[in-house]
Design a protein around this ligand. Structure first.
Ligand code: FAD
Length: 402
């Protein structure tokens, strides 16, 4: 069995095949496992390749990942919204009653707006099957239909979702957004103490045969047989668990449009905020879609006595670093001018588009012993990647048994 790609989908696929008693070789073009979940350690700073969070409420994460071993460092269940009159903290009313109370008192959100938002979000807490049933529409259409408007939409929800979806045009599937909202309502996002790369490394560590790194698959021929930069390899079955664009080129599945993100990792002497909240810009006046002081949640992300701050924009972008610093200075109310850039990650292909209607389970069996896995087959998330790997492996095993 050959699995092409050691991202989360490929790794979970290989582990499932291994659990079913099949021998499996994973070929990975990169110099480490993880795909879009990697961490660069630079001068003691842990900079994930693009800011991202692990939500421990994802069912696949609960099922396939040893969470205690990741030593998760949680962010708070809320966001800080930077506005004209300083920062307002808005929290999940069930877990942070104090926070939402404060935001109501401040007049940030009117009770009617909150009621409408709660009604819009309510399906997210029901059964997933019901959530996925019925017609889909864009996020914008569904918010309009539910009458969600005012500051809560323009200054909190839309800025927050722009970073999560890598898109600010409201075109994403409303079903997909509700799935994400569900994961935020049920779990508190976190990062592993050693960086996001600890997640794929944990999965890879369970494989009996180590992943073959630095081996790029250049073609897949009938048989099936894979051609790699190191030679030729026959197999009983091949699972293509590459990024969506490569999958589109190699096995001719429809490749979705990819959305990009840029993350600046700044080192500083002092933390501009001491709570572990994600900060969004309610004024939406600048390129930054979210920022966070990583070290308040995870001190292990920087050398002792230093702070690490992430600032993320959509990508591609015309925005300059100086515009980013000006916006951060306003958002934190503290000068960002002297912060040092540790590294900047430009991820052109961060997330596949999830336009309506959401097709949460796309076919994985391409015939002739060829299979496909990856977040583009399920949902554009860590959850979707893990599930798709599992689903492809189960399909392979069933075909071989049959
Ligand atoms: C900046 C950023 C932020 C994100 N934020 C979140 C978040 O907060 N929450 C969330 O749930 N998800 C988030 N995601 C999405 C999540 O990381 C991805 O959905 C998931 O990691 C995709 O995994 P995958 O295995 O499907 O694909 P990939 O991770 O792309 O893995 C594909 C692998 O195939 C390899 N490969 C490609 N071509 C070849 C070839 N020819 N031969 C051999 N190997 C090949 C690649 O090197 C790669 O290792 C984010 C992603 C990014 C980039």
């Amino acid at each position: 069995m050959i699995v092409v790609g050691a991202g989360l989908a490929g790794l979970n696929c290989a582990l499932t095949l291994q659990d079913r008693g099949l021998s499996v070789t994973v070929l990975e073009a990169g110099d480490a496992v993880g795909g879009r979940v990697r961490t660069d350690v630079i001068d003691g700073y842990r900079c994930d390749r693009g800011f991202q969070l692990l939500n421990p409420s994802y069912p696949a994460v609960r099922r396939y990942v040893d969470l205690p071993a990741l030593d998760l460092r949680s962010f708070a269940a809320g966001v800080a919204v930077a506005g004209d009159a300083g920062t307002t903290v808005v929290g999940d009313p069930r877990r942070q009653p104090g926070l939402i109370g404060r935001s109501l008192l401040s007049g940030f959100a009117r009770p009617l707006e909150l009621t409408r938002l709660a009604a819009w979000a309510a399906p997210a807490l029901g059964p997933v099957s019901r959530l996925l049933d019925g017609p889909d529409m864009t996020l914008k259409e569904s918010l309009d239909e539910a009458g969600v408007d005012g500051r809560i939409r323009r200054e909190i929800l839309e800025p927050f979702l722009a970073g999560v979806l890598a898109s600010d045009d409201g075109s994403t599937s409303a079903k997909f957004v509700r799935l994400l909202v569900r994961s935020f309502l049920l779990g508190t996002p976190a990062v592993p103490a050693d960086g996001m790369a600890a997640l794929p490394e944990q999965l890879a560590g369970r494989l009996r045969e180590p992943v073959r790194l630095g081996e790029t698959v250049t073609a897949i021929e009938s048989g099936p047989k894979v051609r790699t930069t190191a030679g030729e390899e026959p197999a009983r079955a091949v699972v293509v668990a590459t990024d969506p664009t490569t999958a589109g080129a190699v096995v001719r599945v429809r490749a979705p449009r990819m959305k990009g993100l840029r993350t600046y990792w700044f080192a500083a002497d002092d933390a501009p905020r001491t709570d572990n909240l994600l900060v969004v810009d309610g004024r939406r006046d600048g390129p930054v879609v979210n920022t966070a002081v990583m070290t308040t949640a995870a001190p292990s992300y920087a050398p002792a006595g230093r702070q690490l701050i992430q600032a993320t924009t959509l990508y591609p972008t015309e925005a300059t670093e100086s515009e980013v610093r000006i916006q951060l200075t306003r958002m934190y109310g503290r000068s960002a001018g002297a912060w040092e850039v540790v590294v900047r990650h430009d991820i052109a292909e961060a997330l596949p588009d999830q336009l309506p209607p959401l097709e949460a389970r796309q076919p994985v069996d391409l015939g002739d012993g060829l299979y496909v896995a990856g977040d583009h087959r399920d949902t554009a998330s860590i959850q979707g990647a893990l599930v798709s790997g599992r689903r492809a492996a189960n399909t392979v095993a069933a075909a071989l048994a049959g």
